[in-house]
Design a protein around this ligand. Structure first.
Ligand SMILES: [Fe+2]
Length: 273
């Protein structure tokens, strides 16, 4: 287990290959790993805020990909207490029908370090402004963003994706028709996925745990009903101040290439460790 704890700390994700045939043993392993990771950081122990069978047993198979996203979303402009997902655990039970899909992980720092970004205050302005036009249906409840593409678009200040706020019936997560269209979006914004995205093909008995705030995740391929068990570990009814702290973790991923325009064009502010 030590190697997986080290991987979680070093890489932001840990992949336990095989040996966890049933959901109970996988959940216990996830608890153990996340507890050790949080204890090492002096963080409180998160609780399970989401427990899902995916896709649902009584539903159809999934479509052949899933856009990059954050479970429970990132609180970009928090106003009221909300649940927050900090860690996601994915498990495939032994006996699951042949699994062909792969989970896609994209580390935010690696992705965002490929281009320059505005200074922090301007960045925060852009994020909350995007939320007012493209985000929450009810602004008094704040703005939580689940889509990596929308986070990037908000940060660029060039809103082009359909607004879930003003286009009735449009669902977040349906921004792209296929993986090529999603990849082209990130390429267009000078943050290509190539060389950054990691694909993990979970097999029966495998468990994957990743940091849901430092990594966006999605899927390549189709999953059959009941194929995956997903637990989201985090905080229930997190207060606004602690949601702001969580947002800062995410926003800090832009810092490495923030341009400090107060000291001249092209100058870079010091990166946050
Ligand atoms: Fe997810």
């Amino acid at each position: 287990m030590d190697e997986h704890i080290a991987a979680l700390r070093r890489d932001g994700f840990a992949w336990i290959r095989g040996g966890l045939g049933d959901a109970q043993s996988a959940l216990e392993a996830a608890h153990e790993l996340i507890s050790a990771r949080c204890a090492a950081h002096g963080d409180g122990l998160p609780v399970v805020v989401g427990d899902f069978v995916l896709p649902p047993l009584d539903g159809p198979p999934t479509r052949d990909f899933q856009t990059l996203h954050f479970d429970f979303g990132v609180p970009l402009d928090p106003r009221v207490p909300k649940d927050l997902g900090r860690w996601t655990a994915l498990h495939v039970c032994s006996g699951a029908s042949p699994v062909t899909a792969a989970t896609r992980l994209v580390p935010l720092r690696g992705l965002l370090s490929q281009r320059d970004w505005p200074p922090r205050e301007e960045l925060l302005d852009r994020l909350s402004s995007y939320g007012r036009t493209h985000g929450a249906w009810d602004d008094t409840l704040g703005y939580v963003e689940g889509s990596l593409a929308r986070l990037v678009e908000a940060a660029t200040g060039e809103a082009a994706l359909p607004s879930v706020k003003t286009e009735p019936g449009f669902l977040c997560g349906m921004e792209f028709h296929n993986l090529r269209a999603e990849a082209a979006f990130f390429e267009r914004h000078s943050v290509p996925l190539d060389g950054v995205e990691v694909e993990i093909g979970l097999r029966p008995g495998d468990l994957l745990i990743f940091d849901n705030l430092s990594h966006a995740h999605g899927r390549r391929g189709t999953r059959c009903p009941g194929e995956l068990r997903q637990w989201v570990f985090g905080d229930r009814e997190l207060n606004v101040a602690r949601q702001v702290a969580a947002r800062e973790e995410v926003v800090s991923a832009f810092d490495r290439r923030c341009v400090d325009r107060t000291v001249g064009p092209g100058a870079e502010a010091a990166s946050v460790p």
